[in-house]
Design a protein around this ligand. Sequence first.
Ligand code: NAD
Ligand code: MN
Length: 360
Amino acid sequence: KKTLTIGLIPADGIGKEVIPAARRVLEALPEGAPKFNFVHLDAGFELFQKTGVALPEETVERLRAECDGALFGAVSSPSHRVAGYSSPIVALRKKLDLYANVRPVASARGQKDGKPVDMLIIRENTECLYIKQERIETTPSGEKIAWADRRISEHASRRIGRMAFRMALARDALRQKTPEAERLWKGPPTVTIVHKSNVLSTTDGLFRETVRAVQGEDPAFEGVRVEEQLVDSMVYRMFREPHCFDVAVAPNLYGDIISDGAAALVGSLGLVPSANVGDTFVVGEPVHGSAPDIAGQGKANPVAAVRSAGLLLEHLGYTNEAARIYNAVDSVLVKGNLVTPDLGGNATTDQLTDAICRQL
Ligand code: NAD
Ligand code: MN
């Protein structure tokens, strides 16, 4: 396909600053890259305050009908309850069945400070404790007991498992194109299944067995090494020796916790991208929020959004273009003279974006 139609949903706060930056980087890709057609779409808390709607039907419809993929900025979700409001990104994940949250955590190639890390966390996005089946019971003596159901299905575990194997192979293919000396990960493509089936042998046991069984589905998966890590020791090892992981796959709750934890390894929230992935659609989204403390000042770090655009291209099959974006970002970060205040510099969003575009 020569032209890609990408929905842009900046939403709130610095989303309005970093999504245009990501757009500029996509447009700066050199000859040979696809042409881009951008569709501007509304969503967010600010929109809700103006119109009473956080995720307009038109946004969902146009994503489905016109777009190959999308980039989402960030939403402000107030901590207090606001009648009629619920997060548009959560709703979007449901409506488009984006069942995997894919989060690469990587230090810039050549970066000297901090621990070297280049891992990909794949979080199941639809079940586990987040089905929100909670209830309260009161004992005869008036004591309260709160309960929550946890759902782990073969179906959801299988599809997230497939995603993990596919991504491990895709990362390996991408690595083969970079010089050996620059690769952090030297081993074979590896999937680490994160669970706690020593205690939760039924639920986590099913997750573990189902993901393992995926390996037998496809001869290509035989080249993937499968490892396991109990979630508590996963946290410990991730902080001590993050370079020991390639792809980690986890049920929803564990995935939520380890992926936020892993983001701390690379220094700034402004660096970490994610993609919400389903079988028919993908939405790139920086991990950070709307950052009201710095919104409107032109100093937000655009790298998380730019890398999310790279992830989007990767999932649409444009791995060469994705690699170009990642490499350009790494070069600028390693030089370090044109970085935003969150990384200790004094460059603006636009200056850092310009530097990335020049590197392309
Ligand atoms: P936040 O991620 O917005 O900000 C946390 C801190 O990191 C702030 O100091 C901020 O300035 C800084 N930061 C974040 N992104 C940055 C960037 N690109 N460049 C430089 N600095 C950056 O988290 P928060 O402050 O806890 O939440 C603010 C709002 O965002 C809340 O309403 C929250 O609900 C929402 N939120 C949304 C998402 C999402 O859209 N997925 C995720 C987290 C928080
Ligand atoms: Mn989280």
